[in-house]
Ligand binder design. Structure first.
Ligand code: GLN
Length: 297
């Protein structure tokens, strides 16, 4: 059977199995099996698939029909226009997280030789993107999962920034080097923020296959951010920024948790949902006019 007929067959099979993105999934999986890109599948539509590739394609279709995310099947996911390795030890990078990276780039571009920390880096998508797009930046990236850090390290090396991203294993900011006077310009955090009840009751689709450690944020989803904020304050320089990705409805709650000494803004993603909290570290309470104007309470 030729490539074009395989795509049609696979798309209708995945659709019957309830996959909403059936056609594109079929194309991505076939491209992966044949070593072609998706455009080449159309150019070569009349070519027959060699039997080995047919067999492999059928196996991958079966996995996809069972709900496994395409990114885990192929081992790749694009983020910020860069190709990242993924495996089931890490969350699959989401397109909405590009908002956090774009804002971080905006903030850091004017800073000479900026220092940033990516807390809970997972597969390293945020840390590596920052290093790729900011040539003079030094990035520290932490994660409590050693298996995740292995993936992140490979991603840094693949993108040529292995020398400027330092990966450290441990909880939140704990593993950062204990250098007196060490201060960061920016902290980026896409910590687990899904409320536990939502994971237990509503887990479906992609999340079924992802590590719970990377998703579960406790009763209201904000437990990890609660622990991070006071530590972040000690590590950030005055005027430095803490960027936190959140889910729907969490922006206002997090703003309340921040307390005085921060100037807080909440940004929506392209779908209009609250997605990013940016908190600028102000000076000591009462001594900073910007603070008094922005936070009169
Ligand atoms: N946005 C992801 C989801 O809804 C969660 C990411 C996270 O917890 N950091 O599945």
């Amino acid at each position: 059977m030729n490539i074009s007929r395989w795509i049609n067959y696979a798309a209708s099979y995945l659709k019957e199995s309830g996959r909403e993105t059936a056609r594109i999934d079929a194309e991505v999986l076939l491209a992966h099996c044949t070593g072609r890109d998706r455009a080449a599948l159309y150019r070569d539509g009349l070519d027959d698939l060699p039997p080995g590739q047919e067999k492999m394609f059928l196996q991958l279709l079966e996995r996809r029909a069972g709900g496994e995310p395409v990114a885990y099947i192929t081992g790749h996911r694009e983020f910020m226009g860069l190709d990242f390795l993924v495996n089931p030890a890490v969350l699959i990078p989401r397109p909405e997280t590009e908002l956090l990276v774009e804002k971080a780039l905006e903030i850091l571009r004017p800073v000479p030789a900026p220092v940033a920390v990516d807390v809970g880096t997972g597969n390293g998508a945020i840390a590596v993107s920052l290093a790729v797009f900011l040539e003079s930046a030094k990035i520290y990236a932490t994660d409590i999962s050693g298996a995740a850090l292995e993936v992140a390290r490979q991603n840094a090396v693949r993108h040529g920034v292995g020398g400027r991203v330092e990966f450290l294993e441990g909880d939140l900011l704990g593993p950062l080097p204990d250098i007196p006077g060490f201060r960061a310009d920016l902290l980026a955090a896409n910590l687990p923020y899904v409320p536990s009840s939502e994971i237990l009751l509503l887990m479906k689709g992609v999340r079924d296959f992802e590590p719970r450690l990377a998703l579960d944020g406790g009763p209201d989803g904000l437990d990890h951010y609660r622990r991070l904020i006071p530590r972040a304050r000690r590590l950030l320089r005055e005027g430095g920024h803490l960027l936190m990705e959140v889910g729907a409805g969490q922006g206002a709650v997090l703003r309340g948790i921040m307390g005085p000494g921060w100037k807080v803004e909440v940004f929506p993603d392209l779908a209009g949902r609250e997605r990013l909290v940016i908190a600028k570290r102000l000076g000591v309470y009462g001594q900073n006019s910007e603070f008094r104007i922005q936070n009169p309470e």
